[in-house]
Structure formats: C-alpha cells, structure tokens
Write a protein that binds this ligand. Structure first.
Ligand code: GTP
Ligand code: MG
Length: 1135
C-alpha cells in the first residue's frame, strides 16, 4: 500500500511581515529566496519533501491595510487519501503490488534544466490530432466551443458562471502584471489570462477566494527550480476553490511548486512546457481528474501518480515515454492514458524488426502494465512493431487499435472484452478470424483490411451492433450467408478481394450506406440489391472516403456497364428491380386496402400514387363514400387494385365485408398531427380492427402530410409511431397469452370433471376457443418495420420510395404466398365472360353453367373464383352462409348499393328542399319526408319510399329492388320487414328495411318496464352470457341483432338491446360492458312457461350468434351458462 503519511509536509511555515514600501524589493527578496531554494534537493526515492519557506507579504494595495500574517498554509494531504488497492487479474502472473518499492524516476539522459525552448512549441501533429478514437477531455471540448455545455453557458449569461460568479476574460491584452482593478475584483469564478506577458502573479491573488478556473497559458510564468515561488506565489496555495488550472505553454522548466498545494485541483494542464520530469508531488493532487502532460519532455510517470485516485485521463502525447510505473494498475478510474506507444520501439533495429515480422522472436517491448489498466477505454498500439499481444485485462476497453503490426491473431482474452466497440487490426498478418469473434457483440467497428483472410467465420453474423466492417485487400473468395445477421451494418468494404458473387443475404443489410466491391471477380449483382435503399450514392465520396455503392473493376454483365457506371444507384436499382419483376413468374395483381382516419390524406395519397402528380382532394366535400376502387399499374408493370376506404365512422359496419387478410394493408395516418394522445384514433383503432378481422395481414404504416411537419420532427415522430405501435402489438400479444393460460387452466379443470358432470359440450367449446386463440398467436399481424413518410403536395416527397417498397412487397412471396400463382389461361376466359354478364350478382349455379363452357369444374372453379376475388375482379363471400352461393361479378355495383345506405353525409343528404329525389321518387310531402327521416335517424328504419330515394341512382326496377331486399340481409347488416299484401296506413313510416347500426336509443328503463310488464309468475327464465376477453368489436352486436330477425315474430330494438317475442317465448339480447373487469358481455335471456321451449329457442339463438361471431376471425369468447343447458346440448357453440 502506498502510505499517505509519506506526502505530509512540514507544517511549520514561517511568515515574515514586510512593509508596503517597495514591491520591487519584494520581488528582489522573493527571487533571492527562490535562488536559495534552488539548491534544495528532491530525492524522489525517499519521497521526502521538506519545505520551510520564507513568505513575504506586501500591503494590500486596495485596502491599504497591512496584513499581519498569512493564514496557515493548508496541509496538502489533510484530506483522506484513498489507498489504492491491488486489482485481481486472472492468470497474468504479474503482480503490480503496491508494496513493491516504486521504481525510481529516471531522468532523461543529457537533460539540462536550462534546456528551454525560446518559442512555445507548435501544436503537435501526428497522433495528437490524428487519433479520433481517444475521447477529448471535457475541457478541451469546452475550449473548442463545440459542446452543448459551452453553448448553454453562453446562452445563459456570458459573464457569469452557472452559480453567479464572474467570468473575466483578459486574453492577449499584453498584460505584464495583473491590473490593480482586477486584483480588487471579488467573486471571480473564472479568469482567463492566456496569451499575455505575465511572468508572475502577486501574492494578493489570494483574495480571489472564489476562483474556480484560472487560465495562465501562453504567458512567461517563471519557475526556475522546484522551490521557486516567484512565478506562482505560495499564497496561491490558499485558493481552495481552484479546480481548473491551465499553465500550458509558459516556458516552464519546473512545475511551480505551489501547484502541489492545490489539492482541490481537478484539471491541470501543464502541457507544452519542457520540465522533463514529473515530480512525485503530483501524488498530492488527490482530486485530480484530468492531467495534460503533452509535449513536456517527460519519459516516465512517478509511481506516486497512483495516489491520484480520481484521475480519469492522462495525456502524454508528444513525449518519448520509456517506462511506466506498475502502480498505474491501481488507478481504478483511469480511462485514458494517451501516449505514443511507438516510443517504446525506439530501440528496435532493422534486423530485429525483420525477426519480429517473421515471428522469429516474440515482441515484448510494450510495458505489460498497459494491458492491465482496468478502466482504460482506448489502447492504441498502431505501428508499434508487435507480433504478439499478451492477454488483456483492460476490462473496460472500448477501442483496441492494432493497425500496422505483425499480428496474425489476437489472444482469446480479447474476445471476452464485452465493452469493445472498435477492433482495428488492419495491416497485419491475419489469415483466419476465429469464430470467437461472435462473442464480442458490443463491437461497432471491425477493421481487418490489408490482411490475408480467405474466409470469414459464420459467427460474424452474431455481431448485430456492427456498423463498419472493412475487409479490403484480403483474399476472401466468398461471404458466409450468416452475414445477414449484421443488421446494423452501414459500411461494408470488400474492395480488392477474390469474390465471384455476393450472397443474396447481403440484400438483407437494410442499414447499409456504403458497399464497396471494387476489384473483385463479380459478374452479376443480386437482384434484391435494390432493397438496400440507404445506398443513396454510387461511386461517390463523403468525408474523403468512398461512399455508397462502388462497383469498379469487376467483370460485371448484369447490370451492364451502361447501367452500373453511374453516380445514381437508382439507375442500377431500377434495372435490378425490373429484372426481378420480369423474372418473377406469374406475378399476380395484388389487392391493397387503404385504411385510416377520415381526412388523414388517403385519397390524395392514392391519387398521387396512381397519377404521379399531386391531386389533393378538397377538404370535406371530397370525403370518400365508403370505398373507392382504383386499378394501378406501376411503371414496372406491377398491377395493384387499391381499395381506398372512407375513414368516416359511419363506414365501420361495412369494413368487415371488404377486409381481406391476403391483401396488403396500408394504414395511413396524418404525420403532422400524430402524438401519443392521437395514436389510438390515428393508428391504434385500425390495428385493432385488423386484429379482429384479418389476423396475419401484412401492414405498412404510411404517414402523410409531412409538408406540414417541422423538418426536424419528422424522424422523431416516426420513432414515436414505431414505439407506440410496437407497444400496442406487444400488449395485444400479452393479452392473447394471458387468455390462453386462463383457458388452459379452465380446460384442465373442466376436463377433470367432465366424466362426472357430462359437461362435454362446454369442454368442446373451450377447446375450440383455445384452438382459435392458438391460431391468433401463431398468426399475428405482420407489421413491416419501416414507416413511410410522404406528402401529397407537389413533387410528392417520399412517394417514390413508397412505390418502391409497395412493388417489392407485391412480388414478395414470403409476405404474399399467392403473389406468384400460376394461372391457367382459360381462367381469363371465364373472367371475361363473367364481366359480360348483366346485373350485380350471379347465383353460383349460374356461374357453374358459364364455367362449363371453359371446361372449369368443381374444385378448379372454386380455385378460380378465389383467384378472381383475390385480384379484386369479383366479390365472393365464401364463408358467409347464404352469400357463399352468390358471386358479385360486378363488385362496384354492390359497393354502390351499400354506400347508398351507409353515408357520412346523411345530414346534408336528407334535405327535402335541396334534394329533389325525395319529392319525385319518394312521392313524399314535406311532412311525410320529415316523419320518414325521423324513424330512419332514430331507429335505422327505412320505408319503401325512402329506400327508393336512397337507391335512386341505381335505377332499380320494382322486382330488382325486391330481389335486393332478400339479398341484403345476407350481409348481416340489416333485416327486412315483410309488407302486408294490401298496404294500409302511412307507407312512408312503415319500415321495410332496418339498419340496426343507425339506432340511437339505449334500452335503459324502457326495457326494464317492458321486460317486467311481461312477467308472468308461471314463467321460467333462463339466461346465458358471452364474455369477450379481447373486446366485442363495434358492429358485431348490430349484426347479431339483424340476423335474429330470422327466428322472431315481433321485436323492439335499441342500440344495446333487442327484445323479441316468438310464438311462445320472450327473448332478450343485451350487450354491456363491465368497467371493473374491462369486459364486454352479451347476455341472452329467454322466458317461457315451458322449459323445453326455452331450450329450443336458446339453441336457435345461440346458433345465430355463433354464425355471426365466427365471421369475426380475431374474436374470442366464452359462454357462461347453466350446466344443464350444456348437458342437454341446448347451446349451439359452433355453427
Ligand atoms: N398539406 C397537405 N394536405 C393534404 C395532404 N394530403 C391530403 N391533404 C388534405 O387533407 C384533406 C383530406 O385529404 P383526403 O385525401 O381526402 O383524406 P382521406 O383520408 O381520403 O379522407 P376520407 O376520405 O374522409 O377518409 C384534404 O383537404 C387534402 O387536400 C398532404 O400531403 N399535405
Ligand atoms: Mg378519402
């Protein structure tokens, strides 16, 4: 242990009072005192330092009152000194035991105390300015004015420190003495005096008790001996607040001894003074954090440096260091030891160097201690002629620079350094990189250029943080497929190798900004290279190094030279993309669904895509009515059918009819208004909708209106979109997993009892739900990682990138397995024939007849219809019972019919004066009209005259309309009410078609009264409920309500309930939400005086409910019912 007592000074300090007469006399005496102390010898080995100095005081020139005594000089080591403790290192065999006597400080040969350069040394070149990897000290950064901190200070107040002390700047003012006024200043926090002609400071500087920072650099401060207090007086030692002292470039031959008293110093810069030796007294400065010793001619450090336990940085560039003390290993905070390691090679002659190069002798000239500094962050051994690296125990090492040596490998211990971010092994003799490299996952830069590598290890792909990989000038013949693991890679240099091809996996390095394959043997580029959209240049430079895609000196034929010789990689990518599309066999038309909040910019964006120019819609008047279909053929001949949905909430009920999990979904949101608060309405609700109806669908997020965003916020918002969306998907997944667990527990419980209570149906219901759930877990939404940000204004910023990715998605069979289906040519004949058929729809029987002509039957016909549906030619609701027997061969007409019933603009549409249709087609008087409107708006009831008006533009005959009245209920969105053969009363208020979606009235007390009124004492009441742990999507209740019409005679509808009667029973279906459990529930209650009737009706009703529920693919439910209902098979849990 280094003992703290060794540094204690003699506390006896004598002061001699002097009069105030002559400052010169003082100087005289001071200098003679200094002379006297010149002969005082320091014996570094003994660490003794006796000081018995005479202090002279002059009268304070400002107060004119003579000072009687100086305050007692503080004891430099009175503070508790942390004792350095030995560090354990495995296997090094070396001991840096502090018990060992510190090695004597060596003086450089031929050193003369007078050797002092006349002009301050010029700022050093070479490593000092070259090495970018060594972090700059905080002070250096501060001075260069490039840090935020400096900016902040400037903004706050130019003349005061953060705690309100003065900042005084007197740089380059030609001062030879400190101005009297300055000496009188109080509360100086920082004082900048650099570039003056000061040779000394007066003792009165002790008045600057608040001084934190003092810059005396570039002055002529004198110090002729280790005890010379002329330049910096003894009194300076009382500046207890001084933390930062800069006396660089002062032509100092000795470090002024008062500095050893400044025990609060954190930053000391004594660089560019030629004092040759750093005295052991440096150990006094126990608070020191940064020590700048650059260009000071020192050749070693004293072992006592280890007392400076706070020291994080020692800068030693510009010195020829010959040895380093072992005690450095005790410095537990030392991150930076910046020195020119080449100085250790000074003794190596040419012959020895050759032997090192050939590996005939193992190099040992770098002091072992540098490999044992536990906190060191940078080890720069560039060009130090080493052929062997000892085991390294610099456990915090970040940058390991070994350029230009004779190394053929690294010790295993390097691969255990888990903070390493840079390994620079360029210009060495490495033949093989071990698989162990995959362990250094922290690695960001790996430079292996100019070695002798022929392959790369597979484990290189594990370096997922790697951003730069330089493999230039090796003999590499092929790259491993695992290279696709380098997900962060931006810079890949493969120049001058023996590569004959690039693996397809290289096209997965989506962050790549530079790919240099100059001078290889490559004939063709992988077609998917166009995925690397961040390769924005080709054959260009940035910051004096190659940037973008570099392809020179390869025998490239694909693309041909006229394509690849360019500075615009888009040209190359377009070629490759076209090639990819051309070579994509049977590329099929793809369906796109464009969803998003109303007015977020969907239609304007779609128009921009299709017409290649800005066609902005007009706010509100151009709102999309339900869905608009557009056929889009890209320049590369990819065909897409776009379904642009109106985002108005009125259309929610209709979306499920058109959602399709084979389609590409673009969820569009307004990037300019997006925030955490708007996430749910902008993106969240659409993801919920897709989770409910199209699990497994491929989704890309598109942010619009970036022209309205502040340029610098665009990326930030994109990140927020990604984060919140990811969180939402994660929450949904967790919800599924939680539900799965709960289902499994319940199934296990029910299974154990099933033999005794015969609850087989219930078990089956739970198992079916579990199966559903597992499917949902297995097929989550496929959210593409990139968010496109675009604008639909002139120039369509961002749109061409998006077109690019849409095209790539469209040909990607991993996303859309059906994208490259092989279609028999006669299917097209059927398609054309179907289009020639009249009307809206055809019965499947009719289609079969038509298909016979083309020899398409049974399963082939089914496949063909599926195909026509997928490419948007027809609509076939194959999983909707009833509708499965109908083919909508002209889907646009169906959309028109639905759009006429679900409008966002009913408020303006239902205007008797402005809309003459109501008068002419409906034959309505104004009064009739307002009554008809009232029942529609309140209860969703449409009378025949009104329906005639709604469907006016479809020009339907009486028969056709009646046909539609049979058809529409099959979509579950409405029910119809039979008309009496002879109409009676007011026809305009007689409901013909009812759309439960429009019902505005909640059940409340009305229902209670009706239900209670109908109470009959002899009646039985049976109830069961459906719980929806993932929520009940809006519209599902309305569908159940509409479908119930099939089994009831009379009904009363509310927004949340249906009360109905049949011949003998009463039935109630009610939806509710339990706020406490956050659970949606549907309750079915049946009353009758006969239990068997009740069970019959329950069976019918549950069948209808099941039919509707199974159509909602992402829905999970659990039926809670009395055991007897299950036992008696009275619940139909699956259609
Ligand atoms: N400044 C700017 N305005 C836009 C942009 N895109 C759309 N708009 C405007 O935003 C409004 C709504 O645009 P639409 O494209 O109709 O929005 P939508 O999503 O189709 O709306 P719905 O059809 O109601 O669902 C219109 O006034 C457009 O002119 C854009 O990129 N920049
Ligand atoms: Mg629109």
């Amino acid at each position: 242990m280094i003992k703290k007592a060794r540094f204690q000074r003699d506390p006896q300090v004598h002061y001699v009072e002097t009069g105030n007469k002559s400052f010169l006399k003082f100087l005289d005496m001071h200098s003679s005192a200094a002379q006297q102390h010149k002969c005082f010898k320091i014996c570094p080995c003994l660490f003794s330092f006796k000081s018995s100095l005479l202090y002279y005081n002059i009268t304070d020139p400002f107060t004119k009152s003579p000072r009687k005594t100086m305050p007692e000089s503080p004891k430099p080591n009175s503070g508790k000194k942390q004792s350095p403790s030995p560090i354990r290192r495995g296997g090094s065999g070396k001991s840096a035991s502090p018990k060992k006597s510190p090695s004597p400080v060596r003086y450089k040969k031929g050193e003369s105390p007078n050797r002092r350069s006349k002009s301050p040394p010029k700022s050093g070149k070479g490593r000092e300015s070259k090495s970018p990897s060594t972090p700059k000290s905080g002070r250096e950064r501060g001075r260069s004015g490039s840090t935020k901190k400096k900016k902040e200070v400037r903004v706050k107040s130019p003349d005061t420190t953060e705690d309100g002390l003065k900042i005084v700047k007197k740089r380059r003012e030609g001062l030879t003495i400190i101005p009297v006024t300055l000496l009188g200043e109080k509360d100086i926090g920082e004082l900048y005096l650099s570039g003056n002609n000061l040779t000394s400071l007066p003792p009165t500087i002790m008045r600057w008790t608040s001084l934190r920072k003092l810059d005396l650099s570039k002055n002529g401060i004198q110090c002729k001996g280790p005890n010379d207090f002329y330049g910096l007086p003894q009194e300076m030692g009382t500046l207890n607040n001084l933390e930062d002292l800069n006396i660089s470039e002062c032509n100092l031959m000795y470090i002024p001894p008062v500095i050893w008293q400044l025990t609060h110093l954190k930053f000391l810069d004594v660089s560019r003074n030629k004092f040759n030796i750093l005295l052991p007294e440096i150990g006094n400065l126990t608070s020191l954090q940064k020590l700048n010793l650059k260009h000071t001619n020192i050749c070693s450090l004293p072992p006592e440096i280890a007392y400076c336990q706070e020291l994080e940085e020692i800068l030693l560039w510009g010195n020829t260091i010959e040895s380093l003390p072992e005690t450095l290993t005790e410095m537990l905070k030392l991150k930076t030891l910046a020195l020119n390691y080449q100085s250790f090679c000074g003794v190596i002659d040419e012959h020895t160097e050759t032997m090192y190069r050939k590996g005939q002798i193992i190099t040992q000239h770098i002091p072992g201690v540098v490999f044992e500094l536990p906190c060191m962050e940078t080890l720069d051994l560039e060009n130090t002629k080493i052929n062997n690296l000892p085991d390294t125990y610099n456990l915090n090492l970040k940058d390991l620079i070994l350029r230009k040596n004779f190394l053929d490998s690294l010790p295993s211990s390097v691969y255990n350094l888990n903070h390493l971010t840079l390994i620079d092994l360029s210009y060495n003799l490495v033949k093989k990189l071990p698989e162990e490299i995959g362990r250094v996952v922290s690695l960001e830069k790996l430079r292996l250029d100019n070695n002798q590598l022929t392959t790369l290890p597979d484990n290189i792909g594990l370096l997922h943080n790697l951003e730069e990989l330089d493999l230039a000038s090796n003999q590499i013949q092929s790259l491993p497929q695992t290279i696709n693991g380098l997900k962060s890679l931006k810079y890949l240099i493969l120049e001058k190798n023996q590569l004959t091809e690039l693996p397809d996996e290289i096209c997965e390095l989506l962050e790549l900004e530079t790919l240099d394959i100059t001078e290889n043997k490559i004939h063709t580029l992988p077609m998917k290279l166009h995925q690397l959209v961040k390769l924005r240049d080709s054959h260009g430079y940035r910051n004096l190094r190659r940037h973008g895609l570099w392809l020179y000196k390869n025998p490239l034929v694909q693309p041909p030279p006229n394509v690849w010789r360019t500075d615009k990689p888009e040209k190359i990518f377009d070629y490759l993309k076209k090639l990819a599309i051309i070579k994509t066999e049977n590329l099929q038309r793809q369906k796109i669904l464009v969803l998003g909040e109303t007015q977020c910019g969907k239609t304007s964006f779609v128009r921009g895509l299709v017409h290649h120019k800005s066609i902005l819609t007009k706010a509100k008047t151009d709102k999309t009515a339900f869905v608009e279909q557009t056929l889009w053929r890209t320049e590369n001949a990819v065909e897409l059918i776009i379904n642009d949905f109106g985002g108005d909430p009125s259309y929610t009920i209709g979306y499920p009819l058109f959602l399709d999990n084979k389609a590409m979904v673009l969820v569009v949101y307004d990037h300019s208004t997006y925030s955490t608060e708007t996430h749910k309405s902008a993106i969240g609700q659409w993801i919920e909708l897709l989770n409910q109806y199209t699990p497994g669908a491929v989704i890309k997020l598109v942010g619009t209106k970036t022209d309205l965003c502040e340029e610098e916020t665009i990326d930030e918002t994109t990140q927020l979109v990604k984060d919140l969306t990811e969180k939402q998907l994660e929450n949904y997944k967790n919800k599924l997993l939680k539900e799965q667990k709960s289902l499994e527990t319940e199934i296990a419980h029910v299974r154990s009892q099933v033999s005794s209570d015969g609850n087989q149906d219930y078990l089956q219901h739970l198992e079916l739900q579990k199966e559903n759930l597992e499917n949902l877990i297995k097929h989550p939404l496929k959210m593409l990682p990139d968010v496109a940000t675009i604008s639909s204004i002139d120039g369509l910023p961002g749109v061409s990138d998006l077109i690019n990715s849409i095209e790539l998605m469209a040909i990607d069979t991993t996303l859309f397995p059906h994208a490259q289906r092989c279609i028999p040519s006669h299917w097209n004949n059927l398609r054309a024939e179907l289009k020639r058929q009249e009307g809206y729809y055809l019965k499947l029987e009719e289609v079969k007849e038509i298909a016979k002509k083309f020899d398409i039957h049974d399963q082939e016909l089914e496949d063909c219809i599926h195909y026509l549906h997928d490419v948007g030619e027809v609509l076939w609701f194959h999983n909707l019972i009833g509708l499965a027997l109908i083919l909508f061969h002209k889907p646009r007409l169906l959309v028109e019919l639905i759009t006429a019933l679900y409008r966002h603009d009913f408020n303006s549409f239902l205007n008797f004066e402005k809309n003459k249709v109501f008068m002419s087609k409906g034959n309505l008087s104004p009064k009739d009209f307002s009554e008809a409107v009232e029942i529609f708006q309140k209860n969703g009831q449409i009378s025949r005259p009104m329906l005639n008006c709604f469907w006016f533009y479809q020009n339907l005959s009486y028969d056709k309309l009646n046909e539609l009245l049979d058809l529409m209920p099959m979509f579950d969105v409405c029910y119809t009410v039979p008309e009496p053969e002879i109409p009676k009363g007011k026809i305009h208020t007689k409901p013909l078609m009812v759309l439960p979606w429009y019902n505005q009235e909640y059940s409340g007390t009305d229902l209670t009264e009706i239900w209670e009124d109908n109470k009959d004492k002899s009646e039985y009441t049976v109830s069961l409920s459906y719980n929806f742990p993932l929520g009940l999507p809006s519209g599902v209740f309305e569908r159940i309500s509409a479908t119930m019409q099939d089994i009831i005679l009379e009904r009363i509808d509310w927004k949340d309930a249906v009360y109905a009667t049949t011949d003998f029973e009463k039935l109630l279906i009610k939806r509710s939400h339990d706020n406490e459990l956050d659970l949606d529930t549907l309750t079915l209650t049946v009353k009758a005086d006969d239990l068997s009737n009740i069970e019959c009706l329950i069976k019918e009703a549950t069948l209808i409910i099941s039919k509707v529920l199974v159509r909602t693919n992402g829905l999970i439910w659990r039926i809670r019912a009395d055991k007897n209902l299950w036992k008696n098979n009275s619940i139909c849990f699956h259609p």
